[in-house]
Design a protein around this ligand. Structure first.
Ligand code: TXA
Ligand code: MG
Length: 352
């Protein structure tokens, strides 16, 4: 495995070398604005199969195909309607994956046999250059072993993936920190299958109707039909027992969450506990025998989202008994943040 440093500067010669590896059906970890990806030539079945092996990914969870221009899009999908065009025009390059009808030429293992494919044009110069130089679309899930939090820095995923790929490109920290918004247009309505930085209100601003898929916050039950296979798999969960303390939507209140947490701390006096919370509340927990980890200010949820996966990854290093996470308002990127928290907690949620 060769590590390529592009943190401060992108050297085209070095990227060409990595692009050649993609062309020759190798595996590459590369940065995007959301999270790191582990990519391969989307047009080659054997290259794609290597991604599933490297991640230990279930073979019913389809991959996202990354492109760098419209020409690539046309070769991959068909029957694109006006709403889909509008979404792509508005949100690309950017953190949106759109589910479209796939053309025959895309190997079946990319989509796990589905007739649709998730396509994304990332807003990261290294990723765009890599796709352009490889001159093939790149199939890439998030860079992490299946079930683990997605990687947002090379340091976090180096050990986990170093023996499984040919190259790793270090592009510094992923700015958004949660994966792209996955959406699908159904009967003229935009359905969000996985929330991300692009929120329902961003989409409504284009004059479109939008709704969240029911499984974004609710657990997938036996026999449920899921629109996005990724929703039914275990994800983001640390080994430390993790509980989300949330407030009811109608009258969301941080005070109530803090009160409940302080009560729980009182009850669990003999346990080693961490709280994942925010700058505004850290002083409440001083001298309370708890490790308080702040994700930043609740007034700046973009900063919060960029720190989630790193924090969840390092939680187990602290060797604690329990971790409580403080919920945030399900608004804007807060929807994506709460979706990741709920899944990290295996739907173990206390609502106050
Ligand atoms: O931000 C991102 O999207 C990152 C970066 C690397 O681009 N990629 C990423 O990929 O998060 P992954 O594989 O971890 O998540 C892909 C999600 C899964 O939940 C999968 O089920 C869903 O997209 N998906 C892919 N193709 C689909 C399809 N045809 N229909 C419905 N859902 C699909
Ligand atoms: Mg993933």
């Amino acid at each position: 495995m060769k590590l390529i440093d592009c943190k401060d500067r992108i050297e085209e010669e070095k990227l060409k070398e990595v692009a050649n590896c993609i062309k020759n059906n190798g595996l590459v970890v590369f940065p995007t604005e959301t999270v790191y990806g582990i990519g391969a030539n989307a047009l080659d079945e054997n290259a794609v199969a290597k991604i599933f092996d490297a991640k230990g990914r279930p073979n019913d969870n389809p991959l996202i195909v990354h492109i760098c221009n419209e020409e690539m899009l046309k070769k991959l999908v068909t029957n694109v309607n006006e709403i889909e065009m509008l979404l792509m025009k508005h949100f690309w390059p950017g953190p949106m994956t759109i589910i479209l009808e796939k053309k025959e030429r895309l190997p079946n293992n990319v989509t796990c046999g589905l007739k649709t494919v998730g396509i994304r044009m990332p807003q990261n110069q290294i990723a765009l250059d890599l796709i352009r130089l490889a001159n093939v679309p790149i199939a890439a899930p998030s860079a992490n072993l299946s079930g683990k939090p997605s990687g947002t820095t090379i340091d976090d995923i180096y050990e986990e993936l170093k023996d499984k790929v040919d190259y790793m490109i270090d592009g510094g920290i992923s700015t958004i920190g949660v994966e792209s918004t996955v959406l699908k247009v159904v009967n003229h309505e935009v359905v969000i299958l996985r929330p991300g930085k692009i929120s329902p209100s961003d989409i409504r601003k284009l004059g479109l109707e939008v709704r969240l898929d029911e499984h974004i916050f609710d657990e997938v039950k036996e026999g449920d039909k899921v629109e996005s296979p990724g929703m039914k798999h275990r994800h983001y969960a640390p080994n430390t027992q993790t509980i989300l303390v949330d407030s009811k939507e109608e009258d969301f209140c941080y005070e109530k969450i803090n009160k409940k947490m302080l009560e729980i701390l009182e009850m669990k006096k003999n346990e080693r506990i961490a709280i994942i919370g925010y700058d505004e509340f850290s002083s409440f927990y001083e001298n309370k025998n708890v490790t308080y980890i702040s994700l930043g200010s609740v007034e700046n949820l973009n900063e919060v989202s960029s720190k989630i996966f790193q924090t969840l990854r390092h939680l187990d290093d602290l060797n604690l008994d329990v971790c409580m996470i403080q919920g945030v308002k399900k608004k804007g990127i807060g929807i994506a943040i709460m979706n990741r928290f709920i899944r990290a907690c295996h739907h173990h949620v206390i609502k106050v």
